[in-house]
Write a protein that binds this ligand. Sequence first.
Ligand SMILES: *Cc1c(COP(=O)(O)O)cnc(C)c1O
Length: 551
Amino acid sequence: MVSKYKTADASFDNLLRIFTVPEGPDSTLTRIEEELSRNLNQFLREHIVAEEKPLKEIEKDFSDPHIPELPEFVSDHTQHLMDTLVSQSVHTASPSFIGHMTSALPYFLMPLSKIMIALNQNLVKIETSKAFTPLERQVLGMLHRLIYGQSDSFYQQWMHSADHSLGAFCSGGTVANITALWVARNNALKAQGDFNGVEKEGLFKAMQYYGYQGLAILVSERGHYSLKKAADVLGIGQDGLVSVQTDENNRLCPNDLQHKIQMLKAKNIRPFAVIGVAGTTETGNVDPLREIAQICQIEQCHFHVDAAWGGATLMSDTYRHLLDGIELADSVTIDAHKQLYIPMGAGMVLFKDPNAMKAIEHHAQYILRQGSKDLGSHTLEGSRSGMAMLVYASMHIISRAGYQLLIDQSVEKAKYFASLIQEQHDFELVSQPELCLLTYRYLPERAKQALPHASAEEKAELNILINALTKFIQKKQREMGKSFVSRTRLNPPRWDHLDTLVFRVVLANPLTTHEILQSVLKEQREIAATFAPQLLKQIEQYCQQILPSHP
Ligand SMILES: *Cc1c(COP(=O)(O)O)cnc(C)c1O
């Protein structure tokens, strides 16, 4: 396919020019840069969620598998990106985009991120990162102290110690969780007697040596899907990730945890790690961390807390008590790209014990030499960018107190939204917000009246109709492009654990107002009435059967 833009010559002289730093304020690139910022700002200011263009149409713009033979001018290509990519992106920064964990970013990160790209430091080793390595170690120290609150002398001793590391900075919560469980697995199957450790001899020999029939990791049924990936890549197997029951507030039941551990042990399967979730992805609830810690101590299990989303709550003196017991964890995952408002690609795992990561230490001759301060000897990933710089900058520019304000207003907004939902005659709050996440559904008034009187079969039937309505409203609202909530499936004990589709709302954007929340409900009610009258009628008629005596 021939590009519709004019093309330049693929000459080496021209190539040298793209590597040359532009001079002067009126160079072409400087101009492009300014215009790009203007365009992006305009895009970010638009308070809509997405332009209505079917994915099939968008795919046509990205259907040519040929690598171009002729170079394009940067200015032309920039325009091309604006037309095809930027205009069709999702407005995650819109205050009415309240469906996901990634939202608006503080604007100062745009210019500051240039430092990261321009310097292109590689954090895998000190030779290619210099000051970025101590900076990242300090960021890990800050987060470690936020969780574990050790003394100043502790951090002086360990933060910059060549042979230790307080954690690992990585691309996100998935890699952070894998890293934590990797450490836990290697410690559970460590070298002993004539066995050289699982990292040397592999799982098969480890099972033979220790005499286990298998390994298990326990997490509540609300655990994040990244843990399944972790169980898979670590050779535990997805069946080795054992689900623990949750209570009506989506929190892990300690009794069931104890029960499951005993069952596994009876089968000679070693439960080597238990995960507490501090802010579940679907409902935002926090497991009873202190109780889980006690069980882990008795059972000699590694206690990991997945606080990828909720960990930032520790920044708030008002709400950090909700994560009580997190300081007892052997390791903790925190995603800075969620509630710390950092661009994607900023996950962290912290270990209570500065020696813990020795279990996964790797050295190589040309790089990561023993005794060097290279961070790469303790990370799953190899080459890594200087992302930690943006966390460092935000910690200074926003400060702990500033983050507290952000967290507090989010939690309070969720409480407001929950009470607003409960006031409506035709909505149902499905999960109470503990942090700034809640779930609910549209429930026509008649259905609300009928459900408590319905038999088990009637409930199941009616629920199928209501699920269809929930799905319809969510999709329609997204297509209309004014606001966005996400959708998930829960099994509330209140409704006989039936599969229940719900709207899921994450109130992270500080620019989301009460008025916006009111209009989200109004829009959903209108979508039901305008676009789904048939479905509403069906629900109405079904309810009539359940409630014949009620007019
Ligand atoms: C988001 C999330 C993860 C995964 O993090 P990524 O950064 O998407 O890899 C893991 N656990 C929980 C609880 C999460 O909310």
